[in-house]
Design a protein. Structure first.
Length: 251
C-alpha cells in the first residue's frame, strides 16, 4: 500500500447508475476525476471547493452511451484537461491516452490500460501500487459491459479482462463505472470466483455465447449521449428530459 495520504471519493449519479471517482493527493491538493456526469458537475465542483482541491484532469473510461460527460463544463470552471482514449480520436481531448501511459497527480500515478471490448476505446486506470483499479464498463461487479454497439467485441472484452485486470493481485480492489444493485466495490479474487460471465471456469467461447444471447434494450440516451461525448460534452443539449430506466451500458 502507498504510504502517502490519498483521498478517494466514490460519488453516484442515480439516473444512469454511474459512479464518478475523485482521487486527490492530500499534500499537493491535486485531483483527478474519473467519469464525471454533466448533471452532477455542480456537485463535483462543490466537492472540489470544499476540500480545497485543484482539478488537474477528468479521465473517461470510454465514450459513454447512457449519460453526457461533465468534462467540458468542469474544464470551463477549473481549467482541467480532458483525458480520453487515443483510440476514440476525439478532437476535444487534451490528453490522448493509450495503453501504458501514466497519469500523475501529486505523489501518486495512474497506469492506463487499454481494455477494449465493451467499446473499441475503453480504458481502465490502475493505481501505481496495484492496490486498486477503475475498470469502467470492462468489468462490473458480477457482470461486464455489453458488447453489441460502438464496435464492441465479446472476444476482445474477454481477453481484456483476463490479460489486464485479472492479472492484477487477487486483493486488488476494483471500482466499476456502474452498478445497478447498490454495490460499490469488488476485488479481483471475487470476480474470478463469482462473476457469472467471467469467472475462471468460463472460457472465451462460453463468454461470446453469453453476450450474444443478452438481447438488451439500447440505452435511452444513446442518440444524444454519444454525439455529445464525442465533443467531451461541449456540444450537448441545454437540458435532457427523460423518465424511467430502459437500458444501460453495463448490464
Amino acid at each position: 500500500m502507498q504510504a502517502w495520504p490519498m483521498l478517494l471519493r466514490q460519488l453516484f449519479e442515480a439516473e444512469s447508475s454511474t459512479f464518478t471517482y475523485f482521487l486527490a493527493d492530500e499534500v499537493s491538493k491535486e485531483a483527478v476525476l474519473i467519469d464525471p456526469v454533466r448533471e452532477t458537475a455542480a456537485r463535483d465542483l462543490e466537492q472540489l471547493q470544499s476540500l480545497g482541491l485543484t482539478l488537474k484532469a477528468t479521465l473517461e473510461t470510454h465514450v459513454h452511451a447512457d449519460h453526457i460527460t461533465g468534462a467540458w463544463l468542469l474544464k470551463q470552471k477549473t481549467g482541467s484537461l480532458c483525458g480520453v482514449a487515443r483510440a476514440a480520436n476525439l478532437a476535444c481531448a487534451d490528453l490522448n491516452l493509450a495503453h501504458g501511459d501514466i497519469v500523475r497527480c501529486g505523489s501518486f500515478a495512474l497506469e492506463v490500460r487499454a481494455t477494449p471490448g465493451h467499446t473499441d476505446s475503453c480504458l481502465s486506470f490502475v493505481l501505481d501500487d496495484h492496490s486498486l483499479a477503475f475498470t469502467g464498463d470492462a468489468l462490473l461487479i458480477r457482470g461486464c459491459g455489453r458488447t453489441d454497439f460502438q464496435a464492441g467485441d465479446p472476444r476482445r472484452l474477454y481477453r481484456s479482462v483476463r490479460e489486464q485486470l485479472f492479472s492484477l493481485p487477487s486483493s486488488t480492489k476494483l471500482y466499476p463505472a456502474h452498478d445497478y444493485q447498490g454495490r460499490s466495490v469488488t476485488t479481483v479474487q471475487e470476480e474470478r470466483t463469482f462473476n457469472p460471465r467471467l469467472k475462471d471456469a468460463i472460457g472465451e467461447d462460453d463468454f461470446a455465447r453469453i453476450m450474444a444471447g443478452l438481447k438488451l434494450a439500447l440505452p435511452k440516451k444513446i442518440a444524444i449521449a454519444v454525439p455529445a461525448n464525442m465533443t467531451c460534452g461541449r456540444e450537448a443539449p441545454t437540458m435532457v428530459v427523460s423518465s424511467g430506466f430502459e437500458g444501460g451500458e453495463g448490464i
